[in-house]
Design a protein around this ligand. Sequence first.
Ligand SMILES: Nc1ncnc2c1ncn2[C@@H]1O[C@H](COP(=O)(O)OP(=O)(O)OP(=O)(O)O)[C@@H](O)[C@H]1O
Ligand SMILES: [Mg+2]
Length: 291
Amino acid sequence: MLPATGEPFLKAEGVHHAYPGPGGPIPSLRGVTLTVARGEWVAVAGPNGSGKSTLARILGGLTAWDAGQVWVGGEPLTPGRPPLRPRVGLVFQDPESQVVGSTVEEDVAFGPENLGLPPEEIERRVAAAVEAVGLAGLRRRPTRQLSGGQRQRLAVAGALAMEPDALVLDEPTSMLDPRGRREVLAAVLGLVRRRRLAVLWTTHLLDEALLAHRLLVLSRGRVVADGAPAALLASHGDLLEGWGLRAPALIRLAEGLRQAGVAVPEQASTVEAVAGAVARAWRSRLRGRVP
Ligand SMILES: Nc1ncnc2c1ncn2[C@@H]1O[C@H](COP(=O)(O)OP(=O)(O)OP(=O)(O)O)[C@@H](O)[C@H]1O
Ligand SMILES: [Mg+2]
């Protein structure tokens, strides 16, 4: 994927957060530091309870934190005070709970209407947002007739209609089937590339994280690894189980091939790259046999 450029758009430094519990505070984030630049897709992977949703809500201005600093577009956020002009669009896990309109276009128009924008501007935003997520052909479709993947893309369109500079998506595919996952991943990938949005995407599936520019692993509220996904997974394979994560199928295959003597580069993150390594090994073995 294209490398991201520029200053960090989302930035967190040493963020701590705890929920009140009957026996005292329950820590959820213990000093999280991260950056996401425009045009960069950062995957935050962690098992249940690692703090993904808490982090997403903090970056989206919905949840106050206890210590540390958060910046959006260079401006510091104040804990407990939502930003005046939200520059971060939030998308959550549940495709059902985010739909408010009875048709696709009504749903996408909901946010811009609440801003009191003139009808031509609302129409411009709705048209651009549905186009960006591949729902332009379904504008008049009743929302109850949408598939899970279409609903999640609708949620992304609703966020886009507010013209954010960043998207924070909290496990947007965890309730979808493989096709729905692919639809949502493709839509967001297009936004990162074409609109250069800053994207933070949480997941417990490392297969998805392979597509991102960078992977952060969250374990018990701490960032325990941060780097290019394929190289990080190749070099930290033995730690994944302890973090409660499972290596992507492609990385497990690459590891198996390396053990069988095939030179698969550590940064190989696509089927094509792994297949290329197998083809090279195969050709060189054939050459070894043919006099
Ligand atoms: N409302 C709450 N009250 C008390 N504790 C909470 C609350 N919400 C989350 N927690 C605790 O905070 C920690 C982090 O939770 P969070 O929901 O951010 O994790 P997560 O990575 O999103 O998990 P999941 O994969 O299940 O969505 C967990 O220990 C969780 O039990
Ligand atoms: Mg969560």
